[in-house]
Design a protein. Structure first.
Length: 239
């Protein structure tokens, strides 16, 4: 996430968009060193930053038991003309991580993005009840792919890599009453595809196919761990 006054954009205490999540069961700043034996100290691990304010991604990243900071990336998410959903997800995941890494050059920064792909057409977040009804009507009885991308950037070493975890979802044939009842109960208007698979939205599905089980929720943790290790932050070694 000198003697001069700190820049508010680089100081998490003064940044209203920044938040810090400590590792479960660990006090902030603990590294397992023994103060009475300085030679036993290990090199401090680089700080970890999640370039997203999504509560779903935040909850998923907490599973790795690493303290991390949350910082909102300033990125234009408008698709480019003719841009495929998979390419859009990958570009935005990397752009989010790079935007925050510019503010936290010594940190390992995770960026992620997800685009619902219906026959090559991107489906965004509905934002309203009416738009969600229209999305679910189109998805009913069909197969779509949630293109979920994750990127990790570490500006101080020049590391910048990303991976794509596509999730193929088969949607049941839904009638109007089911769609209306589901939307009233869960109100998934901030979710691409108008359904929360981690909640009641799973009842709308016939099958899910993915190599990374958390990708559908928004952050593919298997791919995330792969990238973190490559960037020099092994979740197992850091705990």
């Amino acid at each position: 996430m000198p003697t001069a006054m700190p820049d508010p954009k680089s100081d998490p205490k003064s940044d209203p968009k920044a938040d810090t999540v400590p590792a479960p069961g660990h006090e902030r700043g603990e590294r397992g060193e023994h103060p009475e034996h300085p030679e036993s100290r290990v090199l401090p691990r680089p700080p970890l930053v999640l370039a997203s304010t999504s509560r779903y991604r935040r909850e998923l990243l907490q599973r790795l038991r690493l303290p991390f900071e949350v910082l909102a990336p300033e990125v234009d998410e408008t698709p480019r003309p003719g841009e495929a959903p998979a390419a859009l997800a990958q570009r935005l995941a990397l752009a989010k991580a790079q935007a925050v890494a510019a503010l936290r050059p010594g940190a390992v920064v995770i960026g992620s993005d997800q685009v619902a792909d219906l026959d090559g057409e991107p489906l965004g977040k509905p934002g309203s009840h009416e738009a969600a009804v229209a999305q679910l009507q189109r998805m009913s009885g069909r197969r779509l792919v949630f293109q979920t991308a994750v990127a990790v950037v570490r500006a101080d070493t020049g590391f910048a890599q990303g991976l794509l975890a596509p999730v193929t979802v088969e949607v049941r044939t839904l009638d109007a009453a089911e769609i209306e009842r589901y939307l009233r109960l869960e109100q998934p208007y901030d979710c691409a595809g108008s359904a929360k698979s981690e909640g009641l939205g799973i009842s709308l599905l016939a099958a899910v196919h993915s190599s990374d089980p958390t990708a559908l929720v928004g952050l593919p943790l298997i791919h995330t761990c792969t990238l973190l290790r490559a960037a020099g932050l092994d979740p197992l070694a850091a705990n």
